[in-house]
Design a protein around this ligand. Structure first.
Ligand code: SAM
Length: 205
């Protein structure tokens, strides 16, 4: 019987998005999720200041830095290392730690942020009771960051796993943003509980 990791490797390498990412020079298949959201909602624009949370290996950052252009700014953060991308300022650290938040705020130097994109996902244990609360917690932290740095009318895009705590988060987003919609891009596996909440029109703190 093939081992679990062998089966995963076979599935991964035969995934059309993995193949396409390799062909098109992107670091992750996740890039096609952001590209689909961008095509639909046109959120990232030239000149914007953008924060990319959970950025490694860097697919979203590759796209984001191009979209904000030379007049914009892209700051990426991940607990894992990330190979440099020209024009992207990278912070390595655990977003749950206060010291990393302080580092991010220092990097921003009080520049108001136009958009936060978060693909943060916990290490998947396979147990929903563990994974969903961890995902919701990371999303809540992303929302807290938004409350500190986002411009009025700013945007927050974040991955969230559906389950306990999801409705509460959604309610909170709806009070703080003019519009909240969910997106399930084609590259997001149908059996995965993840979806992306796109919140626009931040009302300000
Ligand atoms: C789905 S991957 C992101 C893929 C990325 N958007 C791309 O296109 O390459 C999720 C990322 O969240 C990061 N992550 C999870 N928990 C984190 C934490 N507490 N602090 C910082 N990064 C975290 C993981 O290390 C992982 O790289």
């Amino acid at each position: 019987m093939p081992s679990k990791s062998h089966t995963w490797y076979q599935k991964h390498t035969s995934d059309p998005y993995v193949k396409r990412a390799q062909k098109e020079g992107y670091r992750s298949r996740a890039v096609y999720k952001l590209l689909e959201i961008q095509e639909k909602d046109r959120l990232i624009k030239p000149g914007m200041t953008l924060v990319d949370l959970g950025s490694a290996p860097g697919g979203w950052s590759q796209v984001a830095v191009k979209l904000v252009g030379k007049k914009g700014r892209a700051i990426a953060l991940d607990i894992l290392p990330m190979d440099p991308i020209e024009g992207v300022e990278f912070i390595q650290g655990d977003f749950r730690e206060e010291a990393i938040l302080v580092q991010l705020l220092a990097t921003l130097q009080e520049t108001p942020v136009d958009i936060i994109i978060s693909d943060l996902a916990p290490n998947i244990s396979g147990m929903a009771v563990v994974d969903i609360p961890r995902s919701i917690y990371l999303a809540e932290l992303a929302l807290e960051l938004a409350q500190q740095v986002l411009k009025p009318k700013g945007t927050l895009v974040m991955k969230v796993f559906q389950g306990e705590g999801f409705e509460g988060l959604l309610k909170s987003l709806r009070t703080q943003f003019t519009k909240v919609v969910s997106r399930k891009p084609a590259a997001s596996k149908s059996k995965s509980k993840e979806l992306y909440l796109v919140s626009t029109g931040y009302k300000g703190s």
